[in-house]
Design a protein around this ligand. Structure first.
Ligand SMILES: [Zn+2]
Length: 417
């Protein structure tokens, strides 16, 4: 990627105005413009971050093998603002949105199997899990879902960052119910990776709780792809631009996403703005604005997001030390690390209806957890091989743990049908 193109891209960002209709999926550009105007160093930092990111991408490309750490886990804290009467999203809804986010990144979303043939070969998944933290910054146990009674913050007024948890340790997601007036035009925005933001705890994702997941406080019907705007925002948080950045000049800094003019709000379907730049549009891309048709990232976008995880503002988040500190390591590590997962076999993986677990011990406790740590199955197993019915589990990532007096072993599997 030529640096001149990168610089041109930033200049373009500065001149994009935010003027879409009443119902926007993402206010990222408006917030970025504001950020660039109010922080004199932001432009330079953005450029330096991009140059460093390109170095990481180049390094990753020349490796014969990618990093040993192919799975990334990101601790998350959700700040929910309310005024006593409204704004209180419950845990079930919070987890519902997190599940959508994790499924989308791991190719477990409903639309994954129906991607347009023109783009099916370049779809990509990032092995990442966004984990609701179970330990707070003071070392106390937490649900990871923090309620703040603050009437101003409900309207995203005042300084919501005063509630931030260390940005080097947690992805902070803020849920002011409404952020702009009229209230219905806001869904979300996110901040790019930035040392300044990470050091000052001024990064993260802002999201309307009425459009996060499905449940008590959400206006979305189950299955509505609008809920995948969370994956669009996490894409920004990992340094992805909109696919229509620069319009037909194609300045999203990703090589395999075709150019499109698609910045207009498109409420229905996957093929809005198709061929707008003379080539088929990847309207199913999470970073387009086809917010009722969200199915995929490309491999180029995944490469860019994975590189972003190595930036100074992101690299500590998924370190083993941090996962232990935030309670996100608990389910995937063993008390005997040298023995981790050895001699425990699970198949098939992914599984649709049944999984079989083989263990070299015949008397052990088998527990299955959701990726958020909720125990969903528990068995006393008296044989070395045990078949488990998983037909009652939704598509997604699960963790298992086998334990007896001698050892604890753990791992993960995927349910996909
Ligand atoms: Zn966006």
């Amino acid at each position: 990627m030529k640096y001149s193109l990168i610089i041109a891209s930033f200049l373009t960002i500065c001149h994009i105005s935010f003027g879409q209709g009443n119902f926007s999926p993402c206010s990222h550009e408006a917030i970025l413009n504001k950020h660039l105007q109010t922080n004199s160093n932001a432009q330079e930092e953005l450029l330096n971050t991009e140059l460093y990111l390109q170095e990481i991408i180049e390094k990753n490309r020349t490796k014969t093998k990618k990093s040993d750490t192919s799975q990334y886990i990101i601790p998350v804290v959700m700040h929910v603002f309310h005024d006593g009467d409204f704004g209180k999203m419950d845990m079930e809804q919070a987890l519902s949105g997190l599940e959508i986010l994790n499924n989308d990144f791991n190719g477990l979303n409903d639309g994954w199997e129906t991607i347009d043939a023109a783009f099916d070969t370049i779809k990509g998944m990032l092995d990442i899990t966004f984990c609701l933290a179970t330990i707070d910054p003071y070392g106390n146990s937490t649900t990871g879902l923090i309620y703040h009674e603050d009437a101003d913050a409900v309207y995203n007024e005042g300084n919501l960052f005063q509630y931030a948890w260390d940005n080097h340790k947690y992805l902070n997601i803020y849920f002011p119910k409404y952020a702009f007036t009229p209230p219905t035009n806001f869904t979300a925005y996110a901040y790019y990776p930035s040392n300044y933001d990470a050091n000052n705890n001024t990064g993260g994702i802002f999201y309307s709780s009425i459009r996060w997941g499905y449940g008590n406080h959400s206006e979305l019907e189950a299955g509505d792809d609008w809920a995948s705007v969370c994956s669009h925002e996490a894409g920004h948080w990992l340094n992805l631009r909109h696919t229509f950045e620069g319009s037909c000049a194609d300045n999203d800094l990703v090589e395999d996403t075709p150019p499109t003019t698609g910045g207009e709000i498109e409420l229905e379907g996957c093929y809005n703005n198709d061929n707008s730049c003379g080539v088929p549009t990847n309207g199913e891309n999470f970073m387009d604005y086809n917010h009722r048709c969200k199915k995929m990232f490309t491999q180029g976008q995944v490469e860019r997001m994975e590189a972003a995880l190595y930036l100074p503002s992101r690299i500590n988040l998924w370190s083993e030390e941090n996962l232990i500190e935030t309670g996100c390591m608990e389910l995937i590590t063993s008390t005997d690390e040298t023995d981790l997962i050895e001699n425990v076999t699970i198949f098939p993986n992914p599984a649709a209806d049944f999984i079989t677990i083989e263990n070299n011990h015949s008397n052990y406790l088998l527990e299955i957890f959701t990726k958020d740590g909720k125990l969903v199955k528990s068995f006393s197993v008296n044989e070395k091989e045990r078949q488990i019915d998983v037909r009652d589990l939704n598509n997604g990532i699960f963790f298992f743990r086998t334990s007896n007096d001698l050892q604890i072993k753990s791992g993960r599997f995927v349910v996909h049908r």
